[in-house]
Design a protein around this ligand. Structure first.
Ligand SMILES: [Zn+2]
Ligand SMILES: [Zn+2]
Length: 307
């Protein structure tokens, strides 16, 4: 009998952890340079990217790993035993238990074929090509110790966003990102005063919005990039963003779901809002939090009290 059979949730969670480990580090690489040298020349950027090549290689390995585990999760959802298809595991006539982790599972090269054969939702050709390219890069980095010298973090940024949409089309990107941060070693320091998962995202949010093109933005959030964003006051205050030097206008994670309801992509919360021009002359905000909100009577753009 086989023991410790994996579940879909275990594998899917592990895939997201690998994905966001790579993603968050990639964002830090991009944001560090944007923040330190906003007006840099192309040459300086290239030098910086070249200094990041070891980290970029590790991030590519994480992307490949995330894809492999996410595909295994899909197979596992049908039956975990399908993960043993085609692997030469020797069957024993003796009684006793075998740990699942000791068995060979389907090879990475056969994962797309297995998913497309045993599940109702085949993966797209575009994903299949991206995955096959990633595996080659991963193998190069892991087995031959050769880095991909030309790895461009901007291309990797687009790749990660495409992979997320391929792998988790129904999931909430910012909520998954935050959930990952809540499970890292840094979560030990999250006191929601001087450190929080919201702060970690806030530090790279400007770079994320700036680099995400219109089409990927709408694939990730299911809204047009032109739709105005507002500050979710719950995330802003609960995540103690006010204790950072990040301006409130740069921490906008919510959109209008209807005329008087705001939906936040980061916490998934919905709150009541009213249409009012902000009393602060320098702010162009036109929405104020409603009476039923946790932080009522504040501008949803600048946070200023409306009295
Ligand atoms: Zn929120
Ligand atoms: Zn305002």
């Amino acid at each position: 009998m086989i023991e410790n059979v994996p579940s879909f949730l275990d594998l899917d969670g592990a895939a997201k952890t690998a994905f966001f480990s790579g993603w968050h580090e990639l964002l830090e690489i991009l944001a560090d340079f944007d923040n330190a040298s906003p007006d840099s020349e192309e040459d300086e950027k290239k030098q910086y990217y070249s200094a990041c090549s070891n980290e970029l290689q590790s991030i590519l390995v994480l992307a490949a790993q995330a894809c492999e585990i996410a595909l295994k999760a899909r197979i596992c959802k049908v039956s975990p035993y399908l993960l043993l298809i085609g692997s030469r595991n020797s069957l024993s006539t003796k009684s006793g238990t075998i740990d699942f982790s000791g068995l060979r599972t389907v090879d990475a090269v056969d994962l797309v074929g297995t998913v497309n054969t045993v599940t109702a939702k085949p993966v797209s050709d575009a994903f299949s090509n991206r995955f096959s390219e990633l595996r080659k890069l991963r193998n190069k980095a892991m087995h031959l110790g050769q880095g991909n010298e030309q790895a461009d973090p901007n291309e990797m940024f687009d790749l990660f966003e495409d992979l997320y949409v391929d792998l988790w089309p129904q999931s909430s990107f910012l909520q998954d990102w935050k959930a990952f941060l809540e499970g890292t070693r840094r979560s030990y320091f999250h006191d929601y005063k001087w450190s929080s998962p919201e702060m970690e995202i806030a530090e790279v949010l400007r770079t994320f919005y700036h680099k995400t093109n219109k089409s990927r933005y709408s694939s990730l959030f299911h809204v047009d990039k032109k739709q105005p964003r507002f500050t979710c006051l719950d995330c802003y205050f609960d995540g103690a963003i006010e204790n950072t030097s990040i301006p409130i206008e740069e921490f906008q994670t919510a959109v209008l779901e209807s005329r008087n309801r705001l939906l936040c992509f980061l916490c998934g919360g919905v709150s009541e809002v009213e249409e009012h021009e902000c009393v602060d002359d320098v702010c162009s905000g036109k929405l104020v939090s409603g009476n039923s909100a946790n932080y009522p009577g504040l501008c949803q753009t600048c946070g200023y009290p409306q009295i």
